[in-house]
Each structure stands twice: as C-alpha cells, then as structure tokens.
Ligand binder design. Structure first.
Ligand code: ATP
Length: 379
C-alpha cells in the first residue's frame, strides 16, 4: 500500500478563499410528487477531491448523485460543473461517469471487451482502444484476467473491472454509488485503499455515496452528512469526528456520550453546564452560548478516563458503578452507570498486558475528563 499522507496533507483547497469549487450544487431541491427528497441543498466539491455523501437510507444521497450524472434534473436550483450550468445536458454529454450499486458487467464479454465497450461506442481508433484497455488492466491489476468472463472472477475482481470500465473514458468526475457494497468486510477494506490510489493516480474527482461511516472516514477528503435531503455538515473526517456541529452528526459518526444539561454560568471562553440532579460539567468551549440554554456536552469514549479510585482535582469527575464491560483485546469498553441513571461509555487502551487498575462488574468507579475533551452542542 502506498502512503497517501504526504500528498493528502497538502490537499485542502476548501481552506483557500481564492479556490473555486469544481462542482457547485446551488440551492438544489428535488421533489417526487409531494415528497421532497433533496431540500434546498448547497455544497461545493473541488477538483481532485475525494468527496463522500454519507447518510442513513433514504436521506437523498443517490438522488443527488443521479442529478450530478444527469439521470434526474433538479426541481429547482442549479448544478454547475467547471462554471457550466448542467441543466438540460444529457448524461452522455457530461464529463461525468457513474458507477452503480450493482455494477452490471456484460456477462458474455471478456474483461477487456467490457472495459473497451464505451471506448468503441465513442469511435476511438482500435490501436488507441487497445493501449487504453492495457493501461486500465494494469491500473486495476487484472492484466492476467483480460480474457476471462465476469463469472470466472471473484466479487472483488468484478468490482475492479467495473471501476476500470467507468474510468476508461477518462471522465473528469466519477460518481460511485455504494461501490463496495457487494464486497465482504475484508475485501472492502483492501479495496478502499485501491480506490484511493486509483483516484490519486488518475487525478480524478470522486463523489462517492455510502451509508458506511467507516468507509467515508477512511477514504474521503471531506464528507457531507445528509439527513432528510439536507446537509447537516460538510467537513474533513477529523473535523466531523472531533468537532461535530449537531447532536445528529455527533451520534451518526462513531460512539459518543451526550451529557444533556443547561448552561449555568460563563467561565472565560467556556461555561459550566448543570446536569439534572446536581453535578456540573466544565467546558473550555461554548462561551458564546447564552446562560440558561439547553445544551449537550458531547464527548467520545476514548476521552473519558475510568478509575477505581477518585481522581484528585474536582472538575469533571463523576461517580458511578461499572454496569457492563467489554474486553476487545486492544481496549476495554466500560459502561459506567452514574447516580442519575445515565450510562457513560469509556474506553481504555490495554497498553500493558495486565491492567494496574482492574475493574469489574458492579465495582464503584469514577469517570473523569478534561474540560477541552468534548464539544458543546446546541442543535
Ligand atoms: P439508500 O441508501 O437507501 O439508497 P438514499 O439516501 O440514496 O438511500 P435516495 O435514493 O436518494 O436515498 O431517495 C431519497 C428519497 O426519495 C427516498 O425516500 C425515496 O423513496 C425517494 N425517491 C427516490 N427516487 C424516487 C422516485 N423516482 N419517485 C419517488 N420517490 C423517490
């Protein structure tokens, strides 16, 4: 596997105020009868970006992708590609290709015939087709399978043929609807990295639809989280994880604990949150939220320490009892039930073989966390 780090670290056009998005979705609404599948949605995707649309089933991801491809037109709003309004431009005239959930290869054609199909239709001269197909086969590491038919291939190999076929015409943008959906977990993980390499090597813009958060987190430069046809947040995977802007986004990606309470008082840039039943949580952020507001302090399990002894220093220490625990080998996840009844998840890395502070079911336990370890959410 090639390291992507050094290249990707440089890639963040969305932080450059002068950079223009390559694809602009501008206040797009799509209605089917009286049902609104996509609701006044705006976002920008940059050239060479790996962009993921993530959301629960029915949130409008595929509908948005189909409008980019030209299989559906927006009811209102515009989609621009490189400054050009795409309205009325048929799919085959857009510099865009789409790879579908079921990547339907032609069963009677060999791998190379499948890849060559679109090029032939375009009228590309034969020697060029041969060269392009050979390139594509090399790219997806299937040169030795060129003469096989799809039924003589594994699921992962078929998926790679479909990919080769969809990039053979060198589209500027490749749209992928759940491209790894048909693969088992291990193959999916391997293929994720292949897909990232392919996108890098070809310098294409990828827009991928997935309902699998891990897949989006692994592959994408940025993720748009959709709910009911609307964008909840667009951000890089670390931002989505560490700085979700709403309870919905926080809960959609990864595990999280929500301490629901009311803002009691301001503390510099931060605030104190009064939890029901008395305890107070201090947060270093959220100072802009008015006193008295209902908020959630959202914090990931790995940012909560759990101990059988009461930690020194009083802030953000809560007492409870080990309600459940799961030993996962590399880490242990504790479910600690607090006096008020809330169950808090805390995960501890098993860095040494034998824990110095063994905790078991029903043991008294203290959880603690730093005031900068969570985010204050108002939505
Ligand atoms: P999934 O992950 O299940 O594919 P999705 O987020 O891609 O979900 P869409 O396929 O975009 O969801 O559909 C969004 C909503 O629009 C759904 O409620 C769906 O039933 C509805 N919808 C999609 N296409 C049509 C259509 N042609 N006619 C009527 N309703 C439609």
């Amino acid at each position: 596997m090639k390291s992507l780090g050094s290249i990707r670290r440089e890639f963040s056009p969305w932080t450059d105020p002068d950079a223009k998005p390559y694809i602009v979705v501008d206040k797009v609404t799509k209605r089917f009868g009286d049902f609104t599948a996509v609701n006044n949605l705006s976002l920008g995707i940059y050239e060479r970006e790996f962009f993921a649309l993530l959301g629960a089933s029915g949130c409008g991801k595929s509908t948005l992708l189909r409008m980019l491809a030209g299989f559906d037109e927006p009811t209102s709003g515009r989609i621009l590609l490189d400054g050009q309004d795409l309205r009325g431009i048929p799919p085959y005239k857009r510099p865009v290709n789409m790879m579908f959930q079921s990547y339907a290869l032609f069963p009677h054609m060999t791998v190379e015939q499948n890849i060559a199909f679109g090029l032939k239709q375009e009228g590309m001269p034969k020697p060029e087709i041969e060269a392009r197909v050979a390139d594509m086969l090399k790219l997806v590491k299937l040169t030795q399978f060129a003469k096989r038919k799809p039924h003589q291939l594994s699921g992962g190999q078929r998926q790679r043929v479909a990919l080769a076929r969809s990039v053979a015409k060198r589209p500027k943008v490749l749209l992928l609807d759940e491209p790894l959906g048909a693969l088992d977990k291990k193959l999916r993980e391997e293929t994720q990295f292949e897909l990232m390499d392919l996108q890098q090597n070809l310098g294409l813009t990828f827009v991928i639809v997935t309902h699998d958060q891990e897949e989006a987190m692994t592959m994408a430069d940025r993720i748009a989280i959709l709910d009911k046809g609307e964008v909840m947040q667009v951000a890089t995977p670390p931002e989505i994880y560490e700085a979700p802007r709403s309870r919905y986004v926080a809960s959609f990606v990864g595990n999280i604990n929500m301490f629901e309470g009311k803002v009691g008082e301001k503390r510099g840039d931060g605030l104190a949150i009064a939890l029901p039943g008395g305890p107070t949580i201090l947060s270093e952020t959220g100072g802009e939220v008015p006193v008295g507001s209902d908020v959630a302090f959202a914090i990931r399990p790995e940012k909560i320490a759990v101990s059988s002894r009461q930690p020194a220093g009083g802030a953000n220490v809560l007492e409870g009892e080990v309600y459940d625990l799961a030993y996962l080998g590399d880490m242990t996840v504790y479910h600690v039930k607090l006096a008020g009844g809330q169950v808090v998840k805390a995960s501890a890395l098993n860095a040494s073989r034998i824990s110095e502070d063994p905790l078991s079911w029903n043991d008294k336990a203290w959880i603690s966390f730093r005031p900068d370890a969570g985010v204050v959410l108002t939505r």
